[in-house]
Ligand binder design. Structure first.
Ligand code: ZN
Length: 348
């Protein structure tokens, strides 16, 4: 089957590759329609590794996907051929200790699409467990369906923050995940969310959403803004979504006493931070690794119309132009938020 294959660091090809498509009794076979290009896919392309996950043999990219069910296994009764769906890309071992605790995202044996050595889904068909496949309501497009995966990370961050209605939050970093976190925090009840970055272009896009207050770090510091707008008290929650080690300098000065810091962005190296500063305020520290038990909620929120992710989809490429899509993503155009690849030209 044809697929977008990362052969090795920096080398992509669109070629035939053998992919397993046997349908187990609890699986569905899906014709892929739309796949989002994720920062992690791009990082494997440009660096060949993320932390301990190292590309050792050719791997199909793509894990943010939506499509149509074409076949269902004998024991599947919640989905049928023709259903439009999106898929949660991690397949945990449901009998693992982590799964039994409900934290299947940190199951060490989880098989996650496009994380070496597991193939992704930039290819026409995939077989996936029905339990991790979600029907799209009629008013949710394939393009939005493919946005559920990154939005689920924002949702997980908002859930970990334990937001209380009216909370004020700050998000460090205005990449796609930073914006998703801000939108999830607003949907979770935040009254306003400051989002900081050095990219005026990305801040302009984020600032288009009601409730997001963009902070351009070329002009003023986030600390200065929060100090003046909260009378020196600090925000209830700070989400770190840049992954920059520097972002941890002074992060506890942003949060109010008893507030929370939620670490979402993944730094490429260990980071040191101000433990005395955290203790003095009894700050609660949370971390986010993907998501668990949140995909359907993310989808329902999109379907409700409370969260509109369409303004974040910058451009859609044809499958035959997948390599160009990745080159474009790797070039880091400041006005790009999310690039997507559509397998079929017609409809969404
Ligand atoms: Zn992703």
């Amino acid at each position: 089957m044809e697929a977008l294959v990362l052969e090795q660091k920096g080398v992509l090809s669109l070629r035939d590759i053998d992919l397993p498509l046997e349908l187990g009794p609890n699986d569905v076979k899906i014709r892929i329609h739309t796949v989002g290009v994720c920062g992690s896919d791009v990082h494997y392309y440009t660096h060949g590794a993320i932390g301990s996950f190292v590309l050792r043999e050719p791997m199909v990219l793509g894990h943010e996907a939506a499509g149509t069910v074409v076949e269902v296994g004998d024991k599947v009764d919640n989905l049928r051929p023709g259903d439009r769906v999106c898929m949660e890309p991690g397949i945990p071992d449901l009998s693992s200790r982590a799964s039994k605790l409900g934290i299947y995202n940190v199951d060490p044996s989880v098989r996650f699409w496009a994380t070496p050595p597991i193939h992704g889904v930039l290819t026409p068909f995939v077989v996936h467990p029905a339990a991790f496949t979600y029907r799209l309501p009629d008013n949710v497009s394939f393009a939005e369906g493919a946005m559920v995966e990154p939005f689920a990370i924002g949702m997980q961050a908002a859930a970990r923050a334990r937001i209380v209605p009216g909370d004020v939050a700050a998000v460090v970093g205005c990449g796609p995940i930073g914006i998703m976190v801000a939108l999830a925090a607003l949907a979770g009840g935040c009254s306003r969310v400051y989002v900081s970055d050095f990219s005026g272009e990305k801040l302009a896009i984020a600032g288009g959403y009601h409730g997001i207050v963009p902070v351009n770090l070329n002009e003023r510091s986030l600390h200065e803004v929060i100090q003046s707008e909260t009378d020196g008290w600090g925000v209830d929650v700070v989400f770190e979504a840049s992954g920059s080690p520097k972002a941890y300098n002074g992060i506890f000065d942003l949060v109010r006493p008893g507030g929370a810091i939620v670490m979402v962005g993944l730094p490429v190296e260990p980071v040191s931070f101000d433990v005395p500063g955290a203790i003095a305020k009894e700050v609660r520290i949370e971390t986010v690794f993907r998501y668990a038990n949140i995909f359907d909620r993310a989808l329902q929120l999109i379907a409700s119309g409370k969260v509109d992710l369409n303004p974040l989809i910058t451009e859609t490429f044809k499958f035959s132009d997948s390599i160009q899509a990745f080159e474009r993503a790797a070039s880091g155009r400041p006005t790009d938020v999310k690039l997507q690849i559509a397998m079929e030209g017609e409809g969404n």
